[in-house]
Design a protein around this ligand. Sequence first.
Ligand SMILES: [Ca+2]
Ligand SMILES: [Ca+2]
Length: 208
Amino acid sequence: MSRLTRLLPLAIAVLGVSGAWFFSHSFSAAAQTVPASVAIPETDSDGDGLSDYAERHKYFTDPHKARSAGSSKPDGDWEQRKEFTYTITSVLQIAKPFQPADMNDDYQDARVLSEDGDSATVEFVYYPLNTNRDGIGENPNWRRDYAYMNQYLHPTAAENWDEKMRADLIAELRNDGIEPDKLTDKQLVTQVSRWLMQRSHFTKAFAI
Ligand SMILES: [Ca+2]
Ligand SMILES: [Ca+2]
């Protein structure tokens, strides 16, 4: 996952500023719908199959040493990559269809152990001590740099985000002291996320 795709759901949320309802309802879904065309391979300085970013923030292996533990296995080995941090493993049976690649990200790894016509048994390894939060930088020029992503905010059959909603949202943000034009992407997402949580409420839709 490149820094761009890492920031993409963040930036998509920011761009509409945010497509706030979009942001509040489908942050994770946005991450899964990032087109492959915007994914830029990350640097893997030692060629062990793990990016420098992942070695620093997820696996805590040495990004300049293919065999951090000095063993015969490279850091990219499924078991070896777990040697320098705490992990949690679970095995789940998942109904098809699914894309194994979509289940690997900065926080977890997944691999298919077995599968039949209808489902697959998948092993997940979680990396709860990751420092991704520290690894995500901020960009004061996000409006210019990510302008091309406006295409993902166009209304679709399933999303009715439009200019009026955007204008209404920005007005409400400003009314609460959040000025999108004066913030970096990270500052804006942080503030809007907090703002959304404060405004959220729950209903017992399935209560008997
Ligand atoms: Ca590497
Ligand atoms: Ca390494």
